[in-house]
Ligand binder design. Structure first.
Ligand code: HEM
Ligand SMILES: [Ca+2]
Length: 301
C-alpha cells in the first residue's frame, strides 16, 4: 500500500499487453451512445481513489455500500467498468484488476474529451473487504466544501497547491444536480469568499427553483463546454461563474487564485500539472503485490 510503491508502467506488458487498447476501444463505443460518459468516469475515479481499490463498484444486499453515502449522490455509469472488465476478461482472464481498469477508463476519458494523454502506472489490486458507507461519508468532500478543506484533502495525497488547483479542473467536464447546489443558492454568502455573478445566480435559480420536485434529476453544467476537457473551467470561475462553492472560491483565495489565472491563460500549463496531479490521485494508498485480490466481476466480492 502506501504512496503508490509497487505500481509500474509496464505491469501488464507480459500478462495482458492489449489491456490499454481494449479499455480505450470499449470506452469509445460506450461514449458514442452517451457523450457524458467521460465525465462520469472521471468523477467515479476520484470517488474510488480513497484507495483506488474498486470498492465503489461493489453491490451489497444486506448492508450499506459506498453508494449509500450521500457523498456519492450522482455517481453514474459504474456498470461501464463492469462491462470493460468483461471485455478484458475475455482476452486475459483473472489478470487485470477492476481498480486498474477504472484508472485507465478515467485517463482515457480525459484524453478522448480533448485533454492530456496521461501515462499511468498500473498494478493496483481490488479490495477484498466489504465497502463502507461511513468511510465514504468521512473521506469524500462535502458539496459545500471550501478551498481550505479541498487543499487539506489533496495535500494529504501529496499534491502541491498548484496540483490541487489543477485537479479541480476536472470540473471542466460534467454536471451538478440541483440537489447539490441548493444550499449554496440559499446562502450564497456562507463561505467567506464565496460570490455568485448575478447572471449565474439567476440561471441557477431558474434551473433549480426552490421547492423543485426534481432536485435529484435536474442539473446544470459545470462549465459552458461540459463535454470538452479544456481550461474554460478556470475562465468561468474567474468571471464569478463557478458552480460549487469550491469552484467560486478558487480564483478568490490568495493561495489558489494565481494558479487559476495561469491555467486560464495557458491550457498547456493546466494539462501538464493536471497530469502529475492525476497520477498522484490514482496512486494514493493503493493495494499492490499480494494485497487484495483481482475480482472477476467488479460488482461482486
Ligand atoms: C474536493 C473538492 C470537490 C468537491 C467539493 C466536488 C464536488 C462535486 C459535486 C457536488 C459534483 C456534482 C455531482 C452531481 O450533482 O451529480 C461534482 C461533479 C463532478 N466532479 Fe467533483 N468535487 C471535487 C473534486 C473533484 C475531483 C478531484 C474530480 C476528479 C478528479 C472531480 C470530478 C468531477 C466530475 C467529472 C464531475 C461531473 C460528474 C458528472 O457529470 O456526472 N471532482 N463534484
Ligand atoms: Ca470544459
Amino acid at each position: 500500500g502506501g504512496g503508490g510503491g509497487g505500481l509500474s508502467y509496464d505491469f501488464y506488458e507480459r500478462t495482458c499487453p492489449l489491456v490499454e487498447d481494449i479499455v480505450r476501444a470499449g470506452l469509445k463505443s460506450v461514449s458514442l451512445t452517451d457523450p457524458t460518459t467521460p465525465a462520469a468516469m472521471l468523477r467515479l475515479m476520484f470517488h474510488d481513489c480513497q484507495g483506488c481499490d474498486a470498492s465503489i463498484l461493489i453491490d451489497t444486499v444486506t448492508m450499506p455500500s459506498e453508494m449509500d453515502s450521500t457523498k456519492n449522490f450522482g455517481i453514474r455509469k459504474r456498470e461501464t467498468i463492469t462491462l470493460l472488465k468483461s471485455m478484458v476478461e475475455a482476452v486475459c482472464p483473472r489478470r487485470v484488476s477492476c481498480a486498474d481498469i477504472l484508472i485507465l477508463a478515467a485517463r482515457d476519458a480525459v484524453a478522448m474529451s480533448g485533454g492530456p494523454r496521461i501515462q499511468v502506472p498500473l498494478g493496483r489490486r481490488d479490495s477484498i473487504s466489504f465497502p463502507s458507507s461511513s468511510l465514504a461519508d468521512s473521506l469524500l468532500p462535502a458539496r459545500g466544501l471550501g478551498v481550505d478543506g479541498m487543499l487539506r484533502i489533496f495535500g494529504s495525497k501529496g499534491m502541491s497547491i498548484e496540483e490541487s488547483v489543477a485537479i479541480m479542473g476536472s470540473h471542466t467536464l460534467g454536471i451538478s444536480h440541483c440537489f447539490n447546489i441548493f444550499t449554496r443558492l440559499q446562502a450564497p454568502q456562507q463561505g467567506k469568499a464565496d460570490c455568485i455573478e448575478p447572471g449565474l445566480e439567476m440561471l441557477l435559480k431558474l434551473s433549480c427553483p426552490l421547492g423543485s420536485l426534481t432536485p435529484n434529476s435536474s442539473f446544470v453544467v459545470n462549465d459552458p463546454t461540459s463535454l470538452t476537457f479544456d481550461n474554460q473551467y478556470y475562465l468561468n470561475a474567474m468571471r464569478g461563474r463557478g458552480i460549487l462553492r469550491v469552484d467560486a472560491e478558487l480564483p478568490l483565495d490568495p493561495r489558489t487564485g494565481p494558479f487559476v489565472q495561469t491555467f486560464g491563460e495557458n491550457q498547456e500549463d493546466f494539462f501538464r500539472v493536471f497530469s502529475s496531479a492525476f497520477v498522484k490521485l490514482a496512486s494514493s494508498g493503493v493495494l499492490t503485490g499480494d494485497q487484495g485480490v483481482i475480482r472477476e466481476i467488479c460488482s461482486v466480492i
